[in-house]
Design a protein around this ligand. Sequence first.
Ligand code: MNH
Length: 389
Amino acid sequence: RRLHGRDALFTADLEMVADLADEKRFAKHVGPALENVREFAADGLFTAYNDEPNWARAHDILMPAFALGSMRTYHPVMLKVAQRVLASWDRDARDGQPVNVPDDMTRMTLDTIGLAGFGYDFGSFERAEPHPFVESMVRCLEWSMNRLARVPGQDHSAADAAFRDDSDYLAQVVDDVIASRAGTDQRDAEDLLGLMLTAEHPKDGSTLDAANIRNQVITFLIAGHETTSGAMSFALYCLAKHPTALRLVQREVDELWGDQADPEPTYDEVGKLTYTRQVLNEALRLWPTAAAFSRHAIEDTLLGGRIPLRAGQPVTVLAPMLHRQPVWGDNPELFDPSRFTPEAEAARSVHAFKPFGTGERACIGRQFALHEATMLLAMLVHRYRLQDH
Ligand code: MNH
């Protein structure tokens, strides 16, 4: 496709996506869209170039904080924020108000990454509107996308000035987050900020500099909340539309918590919510909330054995289309969580499902997102009867 004056190559073909996942021949591509995001996230993990030293440094320092076992550490905070959602929905129910699902899921995920990652409380449920950080972030992302479509000669100074105000505000929130920790002893702080302020690289002993820490905090506040929030909203939407799947989630949560009014899920119980997790996967199949990612050829090559690519040439994978390829059967639009039983997954190429990207630049927060989302989804289904008003 010719897109914004550039030739762009897209694919959703399973064979080609499997090829693009070959880390020896392809790597993440930071293209024009992500280069615009770099205007406010710079060399944070998501937008760093592969060969920027800060990428590997931050990746190696932060990886342990995202291993499956670390979710045990975050579990209590995730539970506390999940309980904020329930308290808020109980209030809405008493007042006879419908709940605004996407807004509340955004409140939930922002409070969770703030508290679990940085010990900072956005207090989103105390606010009539989502925290202003969210609006500024959305405007920054819109600016970075609109900037792609600019025609030379037009005057964009007003949009650029508004963008600077928003990105300054994001940086200011981040400085508050960091300042609220300055001067306190970080040695026992096991969260992301504690690690970034103190940890040394496992091999070369280097540390992250202040500017990079700020970029990482902005990155985590954005990457750590917007996508998970969307995934929760889509999952609830799909359940509201599919009573059979809803009933199966109810059966799973009833087996764990019966008629307990206020169960407090343990870390291990969340691991038992296998069907609930299938529901999330199926929602992410139909509506992957990070809908595309790009790769480039490391050297001249043939993609899928037939499309010639020059070294450095990017290809963008369209996840919503990949997730509707023939490998998904003849009714790919149907919401059907049984597509994610262990047997069904074992019988299918791992490359057919890429909501979290691929390779070493894939999502670092996958376990984090799935733990927080699975627990809350189960708690909501246990406590409320969903009605599509
Ligand atoms: Mn996440 C990278 C999707 C939740 C932090 N994330 C990616 C990529 C995708 C993605 C796709 C790869 C992009 C690319 O190749 O250019 N992420 C998701 C989805 C969810 C999600 C669909 C929720 C559902 N992500 C989270 C959470 C966090 C997080 C939660 C943090 C707590 N993600 C990241 C970071 C990266 C990333 C950081 C960049 C990793 C790297 O390149 O080193």
